[in-house]
Design a protein around this ligand. Structure first.
Ligand code: IFL
Length: 369
């Protein structure tokens, strides 16, 4: 953004204050996408070695979650000082959203261990896919047994698919591309359906493909962008068009939505980035100007409905008039959609619009100029 003095001040603060020798536990997935990813992107932007050293130190402290697991599927929590781990009941997104950060780290420090644990975890999930190539959404990291039958593209599976593509895009690892393609094909075959001409992805039984429900989490709208990145422009634009109709109906997207009834199932809006993320992805991956216009509507509606006295907030009820605001601004609002809007609208010379990669938390891992 050209905020060179601000990043300088931020780096100085980090050098003075940030360390990870803390006797407390963190959620491995969240710590990776926010902190490891943030430090790595900061290192790529500044080439300040201290940021890379911190990213490595933090990742080393996350490693016990992977290394103590008999399957290679990470435990959900780890104590940063003692390496004690907890919670073997986990989900595709929480076990499979590491390769982009861990692989970037491995490449930067010439140490394959980080890449290897991230790949092993993703493979452990892929290898347990059903005969129809779907994964369920809950698994035991110790036994490797599925604890649910529900396949979804939304949470808690979403970014597992995103990072299979990431492993290919960032490291040209053909295994990841194959894993991504196998799942993407199965999702289209067993989960996609058209209702009133609109494309949606149902929750289905991961072994039979039988439909479980037609509820759609707002987070699932990221999948349009992922399809575009992976080269499936037809389904990408169709799926974003479905969400565009939801945006037109409610002004801002509800957290939960049933495409069978076209009604909100959860009327809150958590100030989320997925729609803007997909707009940016379709814009930079060949879709052009119409997707900037869509992002603009998202931006203007957010400004109109989420503006609060000291910033921006979630909305507790988007169906009330006026909408009933909550009192929270999530971290991803800064890390993600403000960045997506900026990249979509600014034409900044500091970003490579042709060759780039943003992590699931919007950290720029390729494309900084
Ligand atoms: O932290 C965010 C990230 O995009 C993600 N899942 C949910 C968050 C935003 O909705 O991977």
């Amino acid at each position: 953004m050209g905020l060179d003095a601000e990043i300088e001040a931020g780096v100085r603060w980090i050098e003075k204050n940030l360390h990870f020798d803390i006797d407390g536990e963190v959620q491995v997935f969240e710590t990776n996408i926010r902190m490891v990813g943030g430090l790595l992107s900061g290192w790529l932007a500044t080439r300040n070695r201290h940021l890379l050293d911190l990213a490595r130190d933090l990742t080393d402290r996350l490693l016990p979650a992977f290394l103590k697991s008999p399957t290679g599927i990470p435990y959900r929590f780890v104590n940063l000082r003692t390496g004690a781990v907890r919670d073997a009941t986990t989900f595709p997104a929480e076990l499979g959203t590491y390769i982009s950060e861990f692989g970037t780290l491995s490449r930067a420090v010439s140490d394959p261990r980080y890449y290897d644990v991230a790949k092993k975890a993703a493979k452990a999930c892929f290898d347990r896919r059903s005969a129809i190539d779907l994964v369920a959404d809950t698994i035991d990291a110790e036994t490797g047994k599925w604890l649910s039958r529900r396949a979804t593209i939304g949470p808690p599976s979403d970014s597992y698919f995103e990072y299979l593509y990431g492993g290919w895009r960032l490291f040209a690892d053909a295994d990841f591309r194959r894993w991504y393609d196998v799942h993407a094909g199965a999702i289209l075959k067993h989960q996609a359906e058209r209702v009133d001409g609109r494309l949606w992805f149902a929750q289905v039984d991961f072994e039979t493909g039988a439909r479980l429900d037609r509820r759609q989490s707002e987070l699932a709208s990221f999948y349009a962008g992922l399809l575009a990145k992976a080269g499936d422009h037809v389904h990408a634009s169709d799926y974003l068009a479905s969400w565009t109709d939801v945006q037109a109906r409610f002004d801002v997207l509800p957290e939960g939505f049933d495409y069978g009834t076209f009604q909100a199932t959860r009327a809150s809006n958590e100030l989320r980035p997925e729609f803007a993320d997909s707009c940016l992805a379709l814009y930079v991956h060949g879709g052009g100007e119409p997707y900037r216009r869509l992002a603009r509507i998202h931006y203007e509606n957010m400004k109109r409905t989420s503006r609060a006295r000291f910033g921006y907030t979630i909305i507790d009820d988007i169906t009330a008039r006026p909408m009933r605001q909550g009192d929270l601004c999530p971290g991803y609002w800064w890390a993600e959609q403000m960045k997506y809007y900026w990249l979509a609208f600014s034409a900044t010379p500091r970003f490579d619009y042709r060759k780039n990669y943003l992590s699931t938390e919007g950290k720029v891992l390729v494309g900084l100029k």
